[in-house]
Design a binder for this molecule. Structure first.
Ligand code: PCA
Length: 202
């Protein structure tokens, strides 16, 4: 099987984004699954088209997107994407949608289709803090969560998709000691375990 795994470029004044940093460190193959890695921009207008193009090019079975959730202390496995963009800060293009639907003709929400609970259980068994999450926010990560679900539902019904929100890297919060973070090694172990769980359930 093939898994398209995406990570975002840095945004909001950060020097790095742990999502693409960690995706880059993964091997090309995990548990028999071929990984196709893709960096996507933190951009409401450009992120989804980049994923759509990669789906058309590589025909993956699963699209697993990863994003930074500053302030989180655990891996959050997102279960829901909602049809709303309401940005607290501008994206990397200076675009800040408010109260806007993602798909004018789409349903209010989609559930992600990867085995979310099994991933959380596996991560916890491995000693990695993890939680099921019922909101991916209303910024670009929710747009990707919802938008990929909408794309698959309308064009590629046999494919699965899901979203993982991950904490800051320690280097990002070196001067903010109150902020939680997760080591690079643990983030790599977490994404590896998530891919293994998806591959085993496929
Ligand atoms: N996190 C942002 C968008 C890009 C990223 O890594 C979010 O949570 O929406």
């Amino acid at each position: 099987m093939k898994i398209l795994i995406t990570g975002f470029d840095p945004f909001g004044g950060e020097a790095v984004n742990p999502s693409i940093e960690t995706v880059r460190l993964l091997p090309e193959k995990i548990a028999g699954a071929d990984l196709i890695k893709l960096e996507i921009p933190t951009s409401f207008q450009r992120a989804l088209p980049a994923i759509e193009k990669a789906i058309e090019k590589y025909d993956p079975d699963v699209v697993l997107s990863v994003g930074q959730a500053g302030g989180n202390a655990a891996i959050a496995v997102e279960r829901v994407g909602i049809n709303l963009s309401d940005a607290r800060i501008p994206d990397n293009d200076g675009f800040q949608p408010m109260d806007e639907p993602i798909a004018a003709d789409g349903p209010a929400a989609y559930f992600t289709t990867i085995p979310a609970r099994r991933i959380v259980e596996r991560l916890r068994r491995d000693g990695i803090p993890a939680v099921l999450s019922y909101s991916a926010g209303t910024f670009v990560c929710n747009q990707v969560t919802y938008g990929v679900c909408h794309l698959l539902a309308t064009r590629f019904p046999k494919k699965q998709s899901g979203f993982l929100h991950i904490p800051y890297l320690p280097s990002q919060v070196a001067d903010r000691p109150q902020e939680p973070s997760m080591s690079q090694d643990m983030l790599v172990a977490a994404l590896t375990a998530a891919v293994e769980t998806i591959a085993a359930a496929w």
